[in-house]
Design a protein around this ligand. Sequence first.
Ligand SMILES: Nc1ncnc2c1ncn2[C@@H]1O[C@H](COP(=O)(O)OP(=O)(O)OP(=O)(O)O)[C@@H](O)[C@H]1O
Length: 234
Amino acid sequence: MLELKNLTKVIGEKIILRNITLTLREGETLAVIGPNGAGKSTFFKCTVGLLQPSSGEIILDGEAVKKKSAAVKKKIGFLGHESFLYSNMTPLENLRFYGKLFKVRDLEKKSKELLKEVGLYLFRDTPIHSFSRGMLQRLAIAKVLLPEPKILMLDEPHTGLDQEAVALLNRIIKEKQQGGTSILIISHDFEQVHALADRVAILKKGKVVDTIELAQHLDLQEMKAWYEKVVKEA
Ligand SMILES: Nc1ncnc2c1ncn2[C@@H]1O[C@H](COP(=O)(O)OP(=O)(O)OP(=O)(O)O)[C@@H](O)[C@H]1O
């Protein structure tokens, strides 16, 4: 379980995140949506440890994340805007490199399986500097899955992907959901959020202004209507 308690981020004079308290429950998929500039990316970066919050706590299974222990890093796999891949290396070399860092067992076998899963196996020995954005995103997904994290955090994971890659990503996300992985998704894409999330939180001006459970009966139009009403009134 990942708990965010009173998370605040101030940059310069500006308060970007205000007292965010939110829990990612065991095995749930939580989506965070909100208007441009609401603080979603800053929220994501603070939660995965790329940015230090100004105050507040992030607690993962009872342990403070700010310690950045290897165990905490291994539990959370994140896919942000930067993929942190090495462009002069091939997909297989990238996965070997990260797999060794995370002490992944059966690394060679697992890397090849993941490359097959994301449709890059044929390109396994091609340096990635010639890859398209979609191919890089596929490799970034494989890299994130390699250490089998308990929690997946995805910032706008569908952006820039073609239909086939979106379907692939959603299939992987659904597989992970079934396996009990907790997932946090930041997204602008209502359709994907509706298809994937169990619960949705709206972030506006750095604050969580409302959350809703996506029960079976709440269709996409109703979710959009809820969002528009909350954003207008908050
Ligand atoms: N390093 C920074 N210095 C100053 N202001 C920043 C910095 N990073 C973000 N901001 C400001 O914080 C606010 C929230 O930005 P953030 O990128 O987190 O929003 P967002 O919800 O992800 O937006 P979008 O939907 O447009 O991607 C914006 O007003 C932005 O200008």
